[in-house]
Ligand binder design. Structure first.
Ligand SMILES: NC(=O)c1ccc[n+]([C@@H]2O[C@H](COP(=O)([O-])OP(=O)(O)OC[C@H]3O[C@@H](n4cnc5c(N)ncnc54)[C@H](O)[C@@H]3O)[C@@H](O)[C@H]2O)c1
Length: 367
């Protein structure tokens, strides 16, 4: 295996315009000044991060930005409090206010340094700053590296629900330094791993088998392996997004495990289970239902649950959460269309499909 995974290109040609962007993946990329400066050029920067990530990586990014032309570049740093609870319109406004106070113009580039919370908020701030500025994603959690930093969904939460306010806004580039994962807490790393195995289930049977076969090395966070795995996830996500940028159709397969997962998050109270933990249980439930219909082999379900358990991820609904609680929570999901809950199931390993047709009697025994 190569020590450095290849760059993945996201090619988006919808709406008649070519908006391709590179995803650079590998260890130590944050200290490669040329990479960031090639994307930023001589433009001013608004760097958004949080109180946990700033002490870890902010200086590397600032060093990379402040090369020979340091004197001429204006860099505003916005350091937000940590956590999903701060993914709010108030934080979004703080980013915009800081950029306006420092007299940034539309040519300024926003850089999101952190996990999915920072990435989503920064992208939304960039989308609306002076009617639209460019932004770069520098994701530092496994989940944000394989999922939220690619695809252009940005936004904030509203007291009435998660991610209810936002915009589709693609970054001009993504820089994934796999070394940032060294400091990630085990629970956050495992939550990202749930999204990793999802790509194998919905799109690539060989990748699924590969992940199962490398479970031990993934637990060890083998650096070269991770760069390769992240690149394969980004390539799958980029391909799905290219085919359906605004989730009119095939993009919905990325929600495998999420319909049940969101119900768990909502029922438990957001933050009790991490998103990736809820998705892990949701995927196991959806896999058991798929196997019951003959879509996948029971052995595949066993391999999936074994993999998830190796990362201490849940594979069943929380104790006491029955089918009635699932049905009422799922009815409120924003992905419900015309009153119909849309489920993603597997017609075979590596092939997912969306269906509204799932009876409670099919769900109950698989929770
Ligand atoms: N836009 C999309 O397509 C999309 C897709 C999936 C999820 N999301 C969103 O992403 C968010 C979840 O993202 P997340 O799981 O990255 O959570 P997060 O951003 O809250 O990060 C998790 C925790 O890890 C910390 N952290 C980040 N990098 C670290 C590092 N390298 N070392 C140590 N600690 C580090 C963070 O400060 C935080 O405490 C949710 O808001 C979700 O809605 C968006």
């Amino acid at each position: 295996m190569s020590p450095r995974a290849p760059e993945v290109m996201v090619r988006l040609t919808a709406e008649g315009s070519d908006r391709s962007y590179p995803i650079h993946i590998g260890p130590g990329l944050l200290t490669q000044a040329g990479l960031l400066r090639a994307l930023v050029d001589d433009r001013n920067v608004c760097l958004v991060t949080n109180e946990t990530v700033a002490p870890l990586f902010q200086s590397s990014v600032l060093d990379a930005l402040n090369g020979d032309d340091a004197a001429s570049r204006r860099v505003t740093v916005v350091e937000l409090p940590d956590g999903e609870a701060h993914k709010t319109l108030a934080s979004y406004e703080r980013i915009l206010t800081a950029a306006l106070e420092d007299k940034h113009e539309r040519s300024t580039i926003f850089i999101a340094l952190g996990g999915g919370v920072i990435g989503d908020m920064t992208g939304f701030a960039a989308a609306s700053f002076l009617r639209g500025a460019d932004f770069i994603q520098v994701p530092t959690t496994l989940l944000s590296q394989v999922d939220s930093s690619v695809g252009g969904k940005t936004g904030v939460n509203h007291p009435m629900g998660k991610n209810l306010i936002g915009a589709f806004h693609q970054p001009i580039g993504v820089i994934i330094d796999t070394q940032t994962l060294e400091t990630l807490p085990d629970r956050e790393y495992a939550a990202g791993m749930a999204e990793v195995i999802k790509y194998g289930l919905i799109a690539d049977a060989n990748f699924f088998d590969y992940l199962i076969g490398h479970t031990e090395a993934l637990i060890r966070r083998d650096e070269a392996l991770l760069a390769d795995v992240i690149a394969r996830c980004c390539a799958i996500k980029a391909d799905v997004v290219k085919r359906d940028e605004r989730e009119g159709g095939v993009r919905a397969i990325l929600n495998f495990g999420h319909t049940f997962g969101h119900a768990i998050e909502k029922e438990q109270g957001f933050g009790v289970w991490l998103h990736g933990e809820a998705v892990a249980a949701g995927m196991a439930i959806a896999a058991r239902i798929s196997a019951g219909r003959g879509g996948i082999e029971p052995g595949t379900v066993a391999a999936l649950t074994g993999f998830l358990q190796a990362f201490s991820l849940p594979t069943h609904a929380p104790d006491g959460m029955g089918v009635d609680a699932f049905m009422s929570a799922m009815q409120g999901d924003k992905k419900v269309q015309a009153g119909k809950i849309r489920y993603v199931l597997l017609e075979s390993l590596g092939n997912a499909f969306v269906t509204p047709g799932l009876d409670e009697s099919e769900i109950a025994p698989n929770l």
